[in-house]
Design a protein. Sequence first.
Length: 116
Amino acid sequence: QVQLLESGGGLVQPGGSLRLSCVASGSMFRSIAMGWYRQAPGKQRELVAKMTNSGSTNYADSVKGRFTISRDNAKNTAYLQMNSLKPEDTAIYYCNIFGFEGFDYWGQGTQVTVSS
């Protein structure tokens, strides 16, 4: 069993920055990657960014150049640095870890609101 605990969300003005953190606990030997997804009201959950255990990254086109995913494997923690935030980035952000044999876990989500 794996638990994911996110933090770092909040209210920020357009153009501002936030850093989200996701701490994973439990057995993760079947993991392949950690990532961040988001879901805005009335919309489907979408991938924001993910990073494999080997360090390969993948970003949504809408956040390229503004968001950066990173990991501290020693601390089992993933981060999402979000810069130049826009109102359309407003959503609940979820941490995810997935891997082999149905290994797929989600955090509880953290709200990010970008508004003046």
